[in-house]
Design a protein around this ligand. Structure first.
Ligand code: CA
Length: 330
């Protein structure tokens, strides 16, 4: 096993319930011999597969941390066959600051995998997760939402993979999660993502986008909570019957899904989440913020489909992702 500076304060392979931390020494002005303490819970009962459930990869997304805090506090080891490893705030420094990226090193954890044992704080946490926790897991769920600058229709997602057996297992797990929408997902920038690392280790992987705008709603938390439970039942770890509701399948066929801003300004949404759009139809208009009496610039849809994501808050910057259009799979 490669060296890591991180020490878990609990056993990762014992039966029962253990709450503790991944302790990463972090010497700094405020604490000479201090540490970053990333919360971890391990719940094991009987024999069976291992699920790794993570949230707070981005620190300004809240459905996952809420659902996993509740699960960590309530899951009964007598109700499971196997092991559940829970990291509700995997990038704790970012989560504590309410920011996407870590204030310690500026790193986006979801571009920091597979990490480095001798790197920055974010890279060290990523390295421990990639080299110690992912290899223990059969199935991995990583919760995301839009954070402070995007808002999404609530969906679970799986990626198109070269290994079609693995892809089918990921798609089945995504369907088991049973969010209101299920996405065959295309990434803009997959290098360094946790997703890519987990999939490269041959694991079953599901991610989500459950809302956004820098907060959670009662409805989006309900999707997160139900999804974790359904996924654990699907994996054969949790006993019980899954809660099922209709889920519509969406596909992101190519980069025409994304609409990016080529002028900064005041965002006027012209379509709301979940609405149908036709190719060429304006998704948004961008009004100038420095003068009156000038026209807005329209941002057209590059393909027909459903508005799946939008920028928040009300001002957009150069190059921002303004909207995402996905297509219904019929
Ligand atoms: Ca995210």
């Amino acid at each position: 096993m490669t060296y890591s500076p991180i020490t878990p304060t609990i056993p990762l392979d014992a039966q029962g319930v253990h709450h503790g931390f991944l302790r990463l020494p972090h010497s700094r002005d405020e604490s000479a011999w201090g540490a970053v303490m990333v919360p971890i819970t391990v719940i094991a009962g009987g024999q069976g597969p291992t699920a790794l459930l993570t949230a707070g990869n981005h620190g300004d997304e809240y459905e996952g941390p809420i659902a996993l805090q509740e699960l960590a506090a309530t899951l009964d080891p007598a109700a499971i066959n196997g092991r559940v490893i829970i990291l509700p705030m995997m990038n704790l420094p970012a989560f504590s600051a309410g920011r996407r990226c870590s204030p310690i090193d500026g790193c986006n954890m979801n571009r920091s995998f597979p990490g480095r044992p001798d790197g920055t704080v974010t890279q060290k946490i990523a390295h421990f997760i990639a080299t110690r926790l992912v290899p223990m897991a059969d199935i991995v769920l990583d919760y995301h939402s839009g954070g402070r600058t995007l808002d999404f229709l609530p969906f679970a997602a799986a990626h198109i993979l070269a290994d079609k057996t693995q892809e089918a297992a990921c798609m089945a797990a995504m369907e088991a999660f049973n969010a209101p929408w299920s996405m065959r997902m295309l990434e803009i920038d997959s290098v360094g993502m946790f997703d890519t690392e987990v999939e490269s280790q041959g694991k079953v992987f599901v991610t989500t986008e459950l809302g956004g705008g820098g907060t959670a709603t009662a409805a989006s938390v309900a999707v997160a909570r139900k999804g974790a439970r359904n996924l654990l039942i699907h994996a054969g770890i949790l006993k019980g019957t899954p809660q099922k509701a209709p889920s519509e399948m969406l596909d992101m066929p190519d980069e025409r899904c994304f609409a990016f801003c080529e002028t900064p300004g005041l965002l006027e949404p012209m379509v709301d989440l979940g609405e149908e759009v036709e190719r060429g139809q304006p998704l948004a208009r961008i009004w100038p913020t420095d003068r009156s009496g000038s026209p807005a610039q329209e941002i057209p849809a590059r393909l027909s489909g459903i508005l799946t994501a939008r920028h928040v808050p009300g001002l957009v910057g150069m190059g921002d992702c303004v909207a995402v259009v996905a297509q219904r799979v019929t």
